[in-house]
Design a protein around this ligand. Sequence first.
Ligand SMILES: *[C@@H]1O[C@H](CO)[C@@H](O)[C@H](O)[C@H]1NC(C)=O
Ligand SMILES: *[C@@H]1O[C@H](CO)[C@@H](O)[C@H](O)[C@H]1NC(C)=O
Length: 333
Amino acid sequence: MAGGSLRKKSMKRSSYLTKPSHNSMARSTPSFPRGKFSLVISAVSILCVFVVLSISTNIWSVFGTKPSSNPNQALLDQIYAVEVVNEFPHDPNAFTQGLLYAENDTLFESTGLNGRSSVRKVALRTGKVEAIHKMQNSYFGEGLTLIGERLFQVTWLEKTVFVYDRNNLSKFRKFTHQMQDGWGLATDKKVIFGSDGTSTLYQINPQTLKVIEAHTVKYKGDEVHNLNELECVNGEVWANVWQTDCIARISSKDGVVIGWILLPNLRKGLIAAGEMSIDVLNGIAWDEKRNRIFVTGKLWPKLYEIKLHKMKTPFKGDIKRLCMPMPVHFRKT
Ligand SMILES: *[C@@H]1O[C@H](CO)[C@@H](O)[C@H](O)[C@H]1NC(C)=O
Ligand SMILES: *[C@@H]1O[C@H](CO)[C@@H](O)[C@H](O)[C@H]1NC(C)=O
């Protein structure tokens, strides 16, 4: 997103096995004495059972979803910790609200806060701002996405979407969107996904900026509020949940949360290193070609390339407490 702290604001064939084979049918002719016949039948049945058992065992191991008697297993399969594989410099004055990877080690970023809002082209490796469009003081930059040559940016507490030319960041068009507010944007190159700080994940037509579909994002039946910066990763939509160290992995088909990525180590590591003025985790970018995932935060001096690891030890925390805060409503004053 979107908003910052309250301060921000001020600032997813076994049928033939169960049938008798042609061979066993041939043997089941009446010329066989009855005793032999039933012997053959039981031998065939035993064989079938054996084959079915061994095949089903293989199937489970292929899919890695062997039913487990451990009730925590299903939960463990959904929760990921992260490992930092690279870190890069990031402008510590950038109140990151939108982040995306273009190509060639280039990022585009949208920053917020009135008077400090911008759209910028940033070199990944150096963090250097290569081009910047500074927004008018009345605007608070939010989510950003790129389709073809056009960058789309939403703004906080406004229904305005700005469209820029990616090559020179010159403003191209201005639209009005239909979400309640402008927080996060992302694309699968077909539709634009949008968030507005509620639990709704919108699908938006990139030509008209009209909402074509909307789903309430839920985890185990409960709404996930405060959806913020978005990224499309491998057919999923990932969302920062505002004011948390959590990224929700959302199914774009129905809004169901299919996994959680927990990243408290990043923010806590920065604080332990003396970075006391940083704000929350916000900003996810995906390099599809090389399958690299980048994350940063508001006013973070670093941007991280991360790898996900399924939690191996039983997760003792409470996802609802850590990642699903109560809804917050903002109003323009
Ligand atoms: C990639 O970036 C480098 C360094 O900025 C530049 O020299 C090169 O022309 C770029 N290539 C493309 C395809 O944009
Ligand atoms: C930005 O680039 C586009 C073409 O990519 C061009 O039509 C437009 O005039 C440029 N704007 C400025 C201000 O240079």
